[in-house]
Design a protein around this ligand. Sequence first.
Ligand SMILES: Nc1ncnc2c1ncn2[C@@H]1O[C@H](COP(=O)(O)OP(=O)(O)OP(=O)(O)O)[C@@H](O)[C@H]1O
Length: 277
Amino acid sequence: MLSVTDLQKTYPSGDEALKGVSIDVTGSETVAMIGPSGAGKSTFIRCVNRLTEPSGGSVELDGVEVTALSSDDLREARRDMGMIFQEYNLVERLTVMENVLSGRLGYVSTWQAFRRNFPPEDVERAYEVLDRVGLADHENNRADELSGGQRQRVGIARAILQRPKILLVDEPTSSLDPETSKAVMDLLTEIAAEDDIPVLINIHEVDLAQEYAERIVGLRDGELVFEGTPDDLDETAKGQIYRGEEIPDVTTGAQQSATTDGDATEGATEEGEIRRG
Ligand SMILES: Nc1ncnc2c1ncn2[C@@H]1O[C@H](COP(=O)(O)OP(=O)(O)OP(=O)(O)O)[C@@H](O)[C@H]1O
């Protein structure tokens, strides 16, 4: 289980990208994080595995306080967090197999990695995961010979090779066409179910979030302003997340600003919760 409490990030530029965000991600659920550009979605994902160092708050994965780890221990803890990136982060001139095996670099010695001398059991498992993501027989292709969808599959294979406890996925479909995007989302949700691990996905496409996620969280200006099921994400909630629209107060009929402090459940939809500060 991933438990994030009061996560904050202020960049040296003074940008307050996260102003105290708390969420839990458990079981094998797929949670989509949506929000307008600049809301803090990428910062959130990157602070969870400390690719970006948070300014405050805590991140706990299966009882390990990630935010308290020294850099050596962090290296080990990162193996438990499979990261999948928007731009795939592959080494273009290396083969599919070499890129996938680079997911094991945290395990093998620097010398073995330099020689690309990976243990046979890793290589065998890499074949298995390539088969699983639909890339059997592509192991010797160079990454730069692949389509965007195939590259993202290599990224997914690399992440699952390390048997992570969670998948952290940053905008996996922004560079893909609609059909390929769906195939990638199918694959991610299939893996979550089969491997019984949760997936936290930043995603711009609201329709994909509603189709694939079991739970949706909405960020705006570094704050969590919505949490609910895909059905809860109605026009009011979307207006609040994307346009900062005021939430009609169901008790008085007055309009209240969602960005002012107040009772967290005011203006809530039946199941979903429109949050405040
Ligand atoms: N490295 C950085 N240095 C300074 N400010 C940054 C940095 N990265 C992000 N920011 C700022 O933090 C805020 C949140 O950015 P972030 O990229 O996390 O948002 P996002 O929701 O992922 O946006 P997008 O959907 O466009 O990727 C923005 O104001 C952005 O300008």
